[in-house]
Write a protein that binds this ligand. Sequence first.
Ligand code: IVH
Length: 720
Amino acid sequence: MTKTPKSKATPPDIATLTKAKAKVELMRLSLEMEAHNVAYYQKDAPKISDAEYDALRRRVEAIEAKFPELVTGSSPTLTVGAAPSRAFAKVQHAVPMLSLGNAFSDEEVAEFVERIQRFLRIDEVPAIVAEPKIDGLSLSLRYEHGELVRAATRGDGFTGEDVTANVRTIDDIPNRLKGKAIPAACELRGEVYMLKSDFLALNKRQEEAGEDPFANPRNSAAGSLRQKDVAITASRPLKFFAYAWGEMSDYPIDEPTQHGMLKWLDHAGFTVNPLITLCHGVEDALKFYRKIGEERASLGYDIDGVVYKVDRIDWQARLGFAGRAPRWAIAHKFAAEQATTVLEKIDIQVGRTGALTPVARLTPVTVGGVVVANATLHNEDYIKGVGNDGQPIRDGVDIREGDTVVIQRAGDVIPQVVSVVMEKRPKDAKPFAFPTKCPVCGSHAIRENGEVVTRCTGALICPAQAVERLKHFVSRLAFDIDGLGDKQIQEFYDDGLIMHPVDIFTLAKRDARAEKKLRDREGFGEVSVRNLFAAIDARRKIELNRLIFALGIRHIGEGNAKLLARHYGSFNAFRDAMLAAAAGQTAEGNSSEAWQDLNNIGGVGEIVADAVVEFFAEKRNVKALGELLDEIEVLDVEQAKSDTAIAGKTVVFTGSLTKFTRDEAKAAAERLSAKVAGSVSKKTDYVVAGEDAGSKLKKATELGVKVLTEDEWLALIEAT
Ligand code: IVH
């Protein structure tokens, strides 16, 4: 990942810059902007707000204005976006997709219009089309004889990415243009975006699926469009507004104007933004800007300004381009939606997987028409003024309870604290002490080396994590209890019937005593309850590796659980060793023999060792484990036999197995010191083929690998 260079010192004052210093400063700024371009355009993960990015560009422009001789062809003011990424085919735009210059004040808009009048040598004020500036990503659609043939992202403005297949899934984009007078070839352009409500719903789904959420609707639109798997794009609610064009073999209307072309785009089957207005005079245009500014929060989609365009196309053509932007259009940006308020308190929320997230509780304030009472503070470093890349943010200023802070909703739905008003910091404000204990369950909370997230270690006891832990506990590679899936766990948890793992095994006992029986619950009956209790009883004897995996200790997946189980052999040996290692923990490190022994297991690194020992260092985890052990029996590990006929051999199971499950087959093979692989290669010794075996069986035959039926396999392992 590209590191974003950031200056730690205050940047030099432009007025006092010498030429040599200006050159260095320009170089630094262009590196910084390039890194932000990559983050924004290629990774869909901007690190700074648009306003901060604009400030960087304005600084470059100011320095270049003072030292025009320092302007080079690679100046960031002449480039747009970032070069396309390599995952998609490249598309050359017939007419480049350039960017827009910015105006930040009414005066700058008036100057824009005056410039046009001077350039065209006209006295009349040209008619201007004012359009909302949609905060999405721009797209160019090539139609030949009315058929959509190619769709491309902007990329660096000259070469974009081919996203034709993805774009065909967007309802707002016609595959065939409607109406008459359709040009033989045309490139129609506009913005792909996502509604704020759709973005929030998508993020909820992402989080439920354990995926990273998107930062804002723009990023989620970009991320959804640029999918290698078109089915994913199709499942995302993308929308499109048409507002521009590139190559046009002929104009479809006489005496073409911007507003006339928008009307044509609408007739051709596109959606054109309904707020677009034809304005006469600067005042008219500014009125539109203010009106849209007021409606901004309630529009349903993000906009970051207004675009003014000269209406007459022949004038647009005469005006042409200067550098990277047209002379006939300009973006009038909205100031980032900011407000100042008091940060009353920092609360810590504990997520379902144990992550501690600080949240700022604010004196409620309206920002761009929305009441904001909370802002995210991300993690411990963020509060201290350090970004994820270790570089200072907010000039390294920390955030304290009682501080007056500036918050911002810049397109982002989740408000951020952008700065602290230091003059208003209360004298007695203390640096925030990030908790070392989980605020929900009181277990110690730790931050692993190199991680930014602090996590609760109370895997078995923390109510904030309980449901996820229980789901994990009964999952296929853990206790694997038939009839007790995610849905049932959630229901039993909600009703207070299963709060801890041990409750699963006391369920039948408690049900016998209870007045309201399980069999009377909706969706249950006599038979299903009996089956459920039988399935639970069947799991009272459990392999050690499954138990270790079921505990849900961080970094302990199926493989590490097996390593630990094989090494310690029995539950008691494992628990005693972990307790000894936990007791050996000191601030200086851990010199206990048990700790050394744990670290010496091949494949177990320090991070894994730490996580297991942290679990056992929490007494209540140990207690909960003890209660569970009263209800179940943990089987000792059968030591793998090394002198077997299949020791060291590689086996692949394929097809549907009828005599044993895949997991059983794997366990049996491993007990006899064979290796189980997922795919067939020259190194495979045996392929055990069940019914309907397909490509793996074919490959085995081609490679001359020995193929066994299930019975032949059983005979082979029984003989050893
Ligand atoms: S016109 C030659 N109109 O803003 C300029 N752009 O900062 C063609 N955008 O790349 C662009 N809404 O992604 C135009 N109504 C609108 C727009 C708009 C959003 C975006 C577009 C463009 C960027 C420039």
